[in-house]
Design a protein around this ligand. Sequence first.
Ligand SMILES: Cc1cc2nc3c(=O)[nH]c(=O)nc-3n(C[C@H](O)[C@H](O)[C@H](O)COP(=O)(O)O)c2cc1C
Length: 157
Amino acid sequence: MSGIDPRDLRDACGSFATGVTVISTRTADGDHGMTANAFMSVSLDPPLITISLDHKSRMREKVRASGRYAVNILSHEMEGLAMHFAGRHDPAHADPFIERDGLPVVPGASTVFLTEVVQEVEAGDHTLFIGRVTEIERDLSAKPLLFCGGKFGALAS
Ligand SMILES: Cc1cc2nc3c(=O)[nH]c(=O)nc-3n(C[C@H](O)[C@H](O)[C@H](O)COP(=O)(O)O)c2cc1C
């Protein structure tokens, strides 16, 4: 026991403003997406990024099974999609993906990274999946969706 209340830690970390992503992958069971803001660049050469997946998430086993994932950085009008992939299923988003190089990706995302998993790091109740970036797609006109203090937002300008 650390003496730190998990809810206090979550709320404190939640005061760090981030963008919002949907992690997506494909297994024999089909395509799966999950909203995540624990996304970070790791290395430029070689090109590495990481995500952090809760042991309780279905996505963790799916990324393990596929060995690949995409990170889709959401644009500001995609709050509904973020909620859909955070467990609030919405039939309006029943068919949310298109395919890129064998992975499902979100059309209209501001940036998409395709990756192959090169390292898994067990860290408490989460697993870090470090991915080598194999492809990047960007829409330079898109404005990002933001998340801070449990609320979604957008840049002022
Ligand atoms: C803004 C936001 C960010 C989130 N970030 C993460 C994250 O980085 N890692 C994680 O494991 N869950 C994160 N979650 C929670 C998952 O999206 C949620 O538990 C989801 O329902 C898990 O889906 P799955 O079990 O179908 O894979 C986040 C939720 C929200 C709304």
